[in-house]
Design a protein around this ligand. Structure first.
Ligand SMILES: [Zn+2]
Length: 96
């Protein structure tokens, strides 16, 4: 088990972030390609391992286990922590 107790818990893939993030962003971030700030691995956000037993969602890198994203939804505010992602490439298509 990890020091914060989440490593051995059952997780979902990053597609579980799609609904909660759609409330904040106009584009589907599960298709965005993120770079892990811990190990440098890149891949679609849908590849992350999402744990929902904490207060909110915790998404970890499938390669090194580092927390890439945390999202907590309160009654009237969402807190989004992306400090574990050094970059996000978000597919938008050509400018309209
Ligand atoms: Zn990593």
């Amino acid at each position: 088990m990890d020091t914060d107790g989440t490593r051995d818990q059952v997780y979902e893939d990053g597609n579980a972030l799609g609904g909660p993030l759609s409330e904040i962003f106009a584009v589907d971030l599960t298709a965005a390609v993120g770079r892990c700030a811990g190990c440098g691995a890149t891949g679609p956000m849908a590849r992350l391992r999402v744990y929902d037993r904490a207060p909110g969602l915790v998404a970890r890198c499938p390669d090194c286990g580092r927390v890439v994203l945390r999202l907590v939804r309160g009654p009237d505010t969402a807190w989004l922590d992306l400090q574990g992602a050094s970059s996000l490439a978000i597919p938008l298509g050509p400018p309209s």
